[in-house]
Ligand binder design. Sequence first.
Ligand SMILES: *[C@@H]1O[C@H](CO)[C@@H](O)[C@H](O)[C@H]1NC(C)=O
Ligand SMILES: *[C@@H]1O[C@H](CO)[C@@H](O)[C@H](O)[C@H]1NC(C)=O
Ligand SMILES: *[C@@H]1O[C@H](CO)[C@@H](O)[C@H](O)[C@H]1NC(C)=O
Ligand SMILES: *[C@@H]1O[C@H](CO)[C@@H](O)[C@H](O)[C@H]1NC(C)=O
Ligand SMILES: *[C@@H]1O[C@H](CO)[C@@H](O)[C@H](O)[C@H]1NC(C)=O
Ligand SMILES: *[C@@H]1O[C@H](CO)[C@@H](O)[C@H](O)[C@H]1NC(C)=O
Length: 212
Amino acid sequence: MKFTTLFLATLVGFVIAGDNDNKEHKKGGHKKNGNLTSQERSCKKMWKLTNIIETSNNQTKMDEIERNHPDRVTKIKEKAAKAQAQVSRLQSNATLQQFCGVYHAHEQLKHQCYEINHVDKISNNIKNKTAVDEASKHKNRTADQVKQKWQKEVDHVKTLQSNKTLVDMCKKMKDGKDSKKGAKQQKNGGSHIQAAGTGALVLSVLAAVLMI
Ligand SMILES: *[C@@H]1O[C@H](CO)[C@@H](O)[C@H](O)[C@H]1NC(C)=O
Ligand SMILES: *[C@@H]1O[C@H](CO)[C@@H](O)[C@H](O)[C@H]1NC(C)=O
Ligand SMILES: *[C@@H]1O[C@H](CO)[C@@H](O)[C@H](O)[C@H]1NC(C)=O
Ligand SMILES: *[C@@H]1O[C@H](CO)[C@@H](O)[C@H](O)[C@H]1NC(C)=O
Ligand SMILES: *[C@@H]1O[C@H](CO)[C@@H](O)[C@H](O)[C@H]1NC(C)=O
Ligand SMILES: *[C@@H]1O[C@H](CO)[C@@H](O)[C@H](O)[C@H]1NC(C)=O
């Protein structure tokens, strides 16, 4: 389950990058969430609960939460205690586990493509004092901490971008979506359809994680 934490940790790091952007995507995220299959919902539930358990077991992380949001500590511990039975039950289902493995790979690819497509925004935000101050206030972190976190994300995307296979896959996915969008627009007499994009799905997981 280590991969899940990594995946979710990246997501959480990412949310502070562009608040305006996120608000838009979150709307799409909820809409898309309504259309998830029951298997997809089970996977997301399992990832969310696993993340809560791992957070509660990670003293470094709990210390950080205690420092910044002392009111959340008890809540996380309570949730983690309840989560274990449910996670064990979900994990004992081999059919579901197999599905979640494939689903996770797919979601991760979409997330990585989303990161690649939005890295310019983060780079710009690092230089944008207003954006840094807003995030710093929102996250109860110093401006330097915010900038460090964003820089880490930018560096992480640089390693992603060095993977040509991944960059090509993202490009194909984007092209496919654009042409689908184009077809839809034509069918609707050119009216603009807001497609729930890559970020939407990813951020719906994220919304769940942040609700701790
Ligand atoms: C679910 O999907 C269908 C078909 O793609 C779409 O028409 C409908 O609006 C979607 N529902 C929600 C809540 O997004
Ligand atoms: C615990 O959390 C810290 C800070 O978020 C992280 O760097 C570390 O890798 C985590 N440890 C484990 C065992 O997951
Ligand atoms: C913000 O962080 C400081 C220390 O880092 C802490 O003392 C304070 O309680 C936190 N404020 C909120 C609103 O969580
Ligand atoms: C295991 O998961 C599959 C897929 O979600 C589901 O159809 C099946 O009913 C589950 N089996 C048990 C024993 O819960
Ligand atoms: C800086 O960030 C603020 C808040 O996110 C945004 O409104 C503004 O447009 C940004 N400025 C530039 C030059 O990108
Ligand atoms: C590059 O990305 C692809 C697609 O996500 C992945 O299968 C592959 O393992 C990655 N290669 C490296 C060296 O990380």
